[in-house]
Write a new protein. Sequence first.
Length: 401
Amino acid sequence: MHINEHFLKLEDSYLFFTISQKVRAYAEANPGVEILRLGVGDVTRPLAPAVVEAMRKAVLEMGRAETFRGYGDYEGYPFLRQAVCGYYRQKGVALREDEVFISDGAKSDLGNILDIFSQDNAVLIPNPVYPVYADTNIMAGREILYMNGTAENGFLPLPEKNVRADIIYLCSPNNPTGAVYSREQLGAWVAYALDNDAVILFDSAYEGFIQDGALPASIYQIEGAAECAIEFCSFSKTAGFTGTRCGYTVVPHTLVRGGVSLNGLWLRRQTTKFNGVPYIVQRGAEAVFTAEGLAQTKRDIAYYLENARMMADTLDGLGIWFTGGRNAPYIWLKCPTGLSSWGFFDFLLTKAGVVGTPGAGFGAGGEGFFRLSAFGERDNVAAAMGRIKAALGEGGDYHAD
Ligand code: PLP
């Protein structure tokens, strides 16, 4: 027998392991210092009361013979698929219920979707980016073309005429950069995909953070996207479901390649390899879209965005270049005076006791940059900003070196 040797081509993911080792070593050497963590992309706000109440009711239903439910639909319960359609209607996007597939989160579907595409497709992936896109394609043995995010293009790479791709990954609002494509920029990608018969895999896991109504919160707000794009979304970051697990993937009926409906292929894939999301979780997710649930989750998003604003103000005050933070929970900053990503990580840890994420961990294009997450608790963020100001500001250690 032979193993899948493509796995051996994956780079070991040292990022969070190395971070935790460095933090542990520092904590052991400095037992009196409280370490403030702005590195992890996990949420800290609890589930909204409307979600908890819906799940509580669903648990009770599962405990009574009359209302007990066994296997659900592979594609998700109609009540949740309809609620997703209602949410998209508010964004001006008309979806059919059978174009929405409920999942256990965006990460699984982003990996699983590759089942429906041939091995020989050319894949185009931004750099830096959420590492799952590249790793899932490396596992499948595909060649990857990278498009570079840079300070000059605001970490929003656009199509280039001389680059031919069949599968294109876009993430907006972006992890790690917090950058958000405009309608015009997404329009350029949709035009490129239609011209090249390509498919865009659009990751909108952070769409709930968009405050500026002029920015697209779904690729289907762009004309022509329903003929060239699949959208992946999640309740993880917008409603605190990172541990509860629920998301959805939209595959329009109008998306046809090689004369075949991708919706039909994805349905076939899901019915074979996936047995659905728990009823209790889907009831909780449904509650996110009620008036109460939307108001409560919006408050949590506002809390994180206020954290981001505090970070942005601090960086502005220090004259440090950054993207993100306004319609996204991440701030992506240029490491001051030419420090490498890990150099700045060490500096912040040792001079301020603050932990962030080195940009180089998101691809070579992230070298020299650094990600701060706004998902922390307010007091921690405030304290961290005070320490960063002291370390980097006038008279701080950083300038004294
Ligand atoms: N897409 C992006 C860009 C993410 O940053 C994340 C999680 O951090 C995911 C998808 C995964 O989300 P989920 O928890 O729904 O699997």
